[in-house]
Design a protein around this ligand. Structure first.
Ligand code: SIN
Length: 304
């Protein structure tokens, strides 16, 4: 799919001023000893910076993964992807496909042209996970850690180990090509009907994401619904402070939005699942992070 793992910089000592999504996927795997002798099939589905992901890119990826998974010759699918939205793509793949084979996303924080790129080792580790007996579901492999699609979040902008799985912890760890499993692989309840609807969608229900913060004001929500909701907003995910507490002014404007028929869902800026509380003004979605709750709400609204 592109990303920094396929990034190219002008100078080998530049780890931040590169262009993501430049190096073809075959070239990323060329010459890696851990991949020698394996039957690998390569496909360049996209070549983009993941911050620019669009519906069509996600649909193309989902369709290709779906096709690969039904092929009896395929043991697992490996996706190279940018780190910035990998957790959202992983969540969508797991929710809509819940594969019984491993679908392993991997990435890098340094471009392919770096003095010491992290992509090659991540790729080798990802292949080890895809070949691991019993592995299934969608996971993200980076810096030797195997994170589940539901729990993974990018928590650092620069480190080569930028992901965390919160209190749940990693599913497994890769050590010298061996996978040490800590907890069960992601489960198997796919939303098949939703997959069909998602793949056919020309556009998605409009779901906005706002944060509560010190000094938050009602207009931050009111503008979304201006002119009788001319923008057609169908949902709002609000990331509260601490355990999803909301500024009073923002809460009131969100209540008005709800009365006007907009679905409002609560999350937290902390990046970890919130603890439900008695006076909670809006529902939460499975303790998901705001980024994933936005997709969950989008899929719910797509169902009608
Ligand atoms: C991207 O998300 O495509 C760029 C950033 C990265 O891969 O680290």
């Amino acid at each position: 799919m592109g990303g920094t793992i396929a990034g190219r910089a002008e100078r080998a000592d530049d780890n931040v001023g590169y262009r993501a999504g430049q190096v073809p996927v075959e070239d990323l795997a060329a010459g890696l000893p851990a991949l020698a002798g394996l039957h690998l099939r390569f496909e360049q589905v996209a070549q983009i910076n993941s911050k620019d992901m669009r519906l069509a890119d996600l649909q193309r990826l989902l369709k290709r993964v779906q096709d690969c998974l039904v092929d009896p010759e395929v043991q697992g699918v490996l996706i190279t992807h940018g780190t910035d939205t990998i957790e959202e793509t992983a969540y969508l793949l797991q929710t809509l496909l819940a594969p019984t084979k491993p679908v392993v996303l991997t990435c890098a924080m340094r471009p392919a042209t770096a003095v010491s790129p992290d992509g090659p080792q991540n790729l080798c580790d990802a292949v080890a996970v895809a070949r691991c007996p019993g592995a299934k579901g969608v996971v993200v492999v980076c810096a030797g850690r195997v994170h589940s699609a539901t729990d993974v979040a990018k928590v650092h902008p620069y480190r080569t180990d930028p992901f965390a799985s919160g209190d749940a912890g990693a599913v497994a760890q890769v050590e010298e090509g061996q996978v040490r499993v800590f907890r069960p692989w992601p489960g198997e309840s796919a939303h098949t009907a939703r997959l069909v609807t998602f793949l056919a969608a020309k556009d998605l229900p409009r779901v906005a994401w706002v944060d509560s913060h010190s000094g938050a004001q009602a207009w931050e929500v009111d503008v979304l619904l201006a002119n009788g909701n001319a923008a057609g907003v169908r949902g709002i995910v609000v990331a509260g402070t601490g355990n999803a507490s909301l500024h009073n002014d923002l809460e009131e404007s969100l209540k008005r939005a709800e009365t006007a028929g907009v679905r409002v869902v609560l999350g937290t800026r902390s990046g970890l699942p919130m603890v439900p509380y008695a006076t909670q003004p809006f529902p939460q979605l499975d303790g998901l992070s705001p980024a994933k709750a936005r997709w969950a709400l989008t899929l719910d609204l797509l169902d009608g």
